[in-house]
Design a protein around this ligand. Structure first.
Ligand code: ZN
Length: 160
């Protein structure tokens, strides 16, 4: 299937995930579901001055969905929300074949590039990124209504 190097990086993240678990009192709380494969992710993050202080993921599913979530937490931790959103856009453009990932800058994310050749798995790989984006959007709209309780953002993949 995937090139050996890519497969190894993905399995590494799957077996020894980064930032697995849940952040207490999260500012961002998003759930992603990909019924096509049975992947489910919960992403929680705490913020400080619109930067991601802590971020964790929880859930279950195939190795690609879990590895991609692990890579996401590793990459966006410490970044500003706007930077995290730029990265979400970059990943989506990469899957559309519009850009290449620079391994010097984004390390393990390069391994996701190998999944481009397997369209049926792309939704597994983008689930965490789409869920994070929906979580950020929900966080922003809750800022406009300070009285509102923190909301759970839900993202579900649909078949085309
Ligand atoms: Zn999957």
């Amino acid at each position: 299937m995937l090139d050996d190097l890519y497969r190894e990086i993905i399995l590494d993240h799957y077996r020894s995930p980064m930032n697995r678990g849940r952040v207490e009192h999260p500012d961002i709380h998003a759930e992603g579901k990909n019924p096509l494969c049975g992947d489910e992710l919960i992403i929680t993050a705490s913020l400080e001055d619109e930067s991601i202080l802590e971020i964790k993921f929880d859930g279950h599913g195939c190795s690609i969905s879990q590895a991609s979530a692990s890579m996401l937490t590793e990459q966006v931790k410490g970044r500003r929300l706007t930077e995290a959103e730029d990265l979400v856009e970059l990943i989506k453009s990469m899957f559309k074949g519009e850009v290449e990932i620079d391994p010097d800058e984004l390390g393990d994310l390069e391994a996701l590039q190998g999944i481009r050749r397997y369209p049926v798995r792309i939704k597994c790989a983008t689930l965490a990124w789409n869920a994070l984006q929906v979580g950020i959007d929900t966080h922003r709209s809750s800022l406009e209504d300070a009285e509102a309780a923190p909301e759970l953002a839900v993202f579900t993949e649909h078949s085309i």
